[in-house]
Design a protein around this ligand. Structure first.
Ligand SMILES: Nc1ncnc2c1ncn2[C@@H]1O[C@H](COP(=O)(O)OP(=O)(O)OP(=O)(O)O)[C@@H](O)[C@H]1O
Ligand SMILES: [Mg+2]
Length: 278
């Protein structure tokens, strides 16, 4: 089985600016992969390389086993750009029809209505883009990216304009896609959202992957907190494995123990630590 996305030693320079310094990254079928990093880190450059919109200076990018930018690769992926603008005069249904033609999809009206339903725009099929809120346009953009049932979805900050209900809708959509085996590469600055939905995360800073793993791997243990008769005591450097010993020692010393909590650093802490000084 081929990977949904395989990026190997990817380098990209724009004139004197090096946006990517040799990035390796693999996304499996059905995997939700989050790409985090500060502004200018190279996230969009990486996503655009996978779409074939940016030509690598070095290294290789393959989508479902085909070179990025090839017809076979393009047929396997859907893309929502971070700063997209759809024509204001275009109605939602017309826009999807136009993109079906561009993508060579034969899904017809049933694909369009299923996609509008999927993004919560079933009642807005006849609405013009110019009369839609920013969040509605972003959801329409997601529907557009799903045309032709791609195996890999490349989403560059797909929830930046969404309210909390819209974000939850997109999270549920991403989970349904995972069940169908669709792989997703998601750029986001919303760490809590990435933590909730992504199987794996890479943190990219100044064109390099500086940390990668599951959100759980990245947010490591951050101490043990024990509630005793004498008040709450924090053992800042202790790990989960040390909790039973700490409790035994406290009880042995005659303290009453009412509760124990293993503290974890958040993904935000891990992120700030990883990008510090880059
Ligand atoms: N077309 C371009 N021409 C020249 N430089 C570019 C171009 N596109 C991006 N860059 C530069 O490449 C670097 C990476 O930009 P990129 O857009 O990939 O960052 P990003 O991680 O997506 O940032 P953001 O979080 O702000 O979207 C930046 O220094 C940017 O200025
Ligand atoms: Mg970007």
């Amino acid at each position: 089985m081929s990977l949904a996305l395989s990026v190997s030693a990817l380098r990209k320079t724009y004139g004197s600016v090096t946006a990517l310094h040799g990035v390796d990254l693999e996304v499996d079928e059905g995997e939700l992969f989050g790409l985090l990093g500060p502004n200018g880190a190279g996230k969009s450059t990486l996503v655009k390389s996978a779409c074939g919109l940016v030509r690598p200076t070095g290294g290789t990018v393959e989508v479902a086993g085909a070179p990025a930018g090839s017809e076979r690769a393009n047929r396997s992926m859907g893309y929502l750009a971070e700063l997209f603008r759809f024509p204001e005069w275009c109605r939602a249904d017309e826009l999807l029809e136009l993109h079906q033609r561009l993508a060579g999809s034969r899904g017809g009206a049933s694909e369009r209505s299923a996609l509008l339903e999927e993004v919560g725009l079933a009642d807005a099929a006849g609405r013009r883009v110019g009369a839609m809120s920013k969040g509605m346009q972003q959801r329409l953009g997601l529907a557009q990216a799903l045309i032709g049932s791609p195996r890999l979805l490349l989403l560059d900050e797909p929830t930046s304009a969404l309210d909390p209900a819209g974000r939850r809708l997109v999270r549920a959509l991403l989970e349904r896609l995972r069940e169908r085996g669709v792989a997703v590469l998601l750029n986001s600055h919303l760490l809590s959202e990435v933590e909730l939905v992504c199987d794996r995360v890479a943190i990219i800073a100044a064109g390099r992957v500086v940390a990668a793993g599951s959100p759980d791997d990245l947010s490591h243990a951050g101490g043990v907190e024990v509630e005793t008769g004498a008040g709450v005591r924090v053992f800042a450097r202790a790990s989960r494995d040390e909790a039973p010993r700490i409790v035994a020692e406290l009880v042995g010393a005659g303290e009453a123990v009412y509760g124990v909590r293993v503290l974890r650093s958040s993904l935000e802490d891990a992120y700030l630590e990883a990008v510090e000084g880059t």
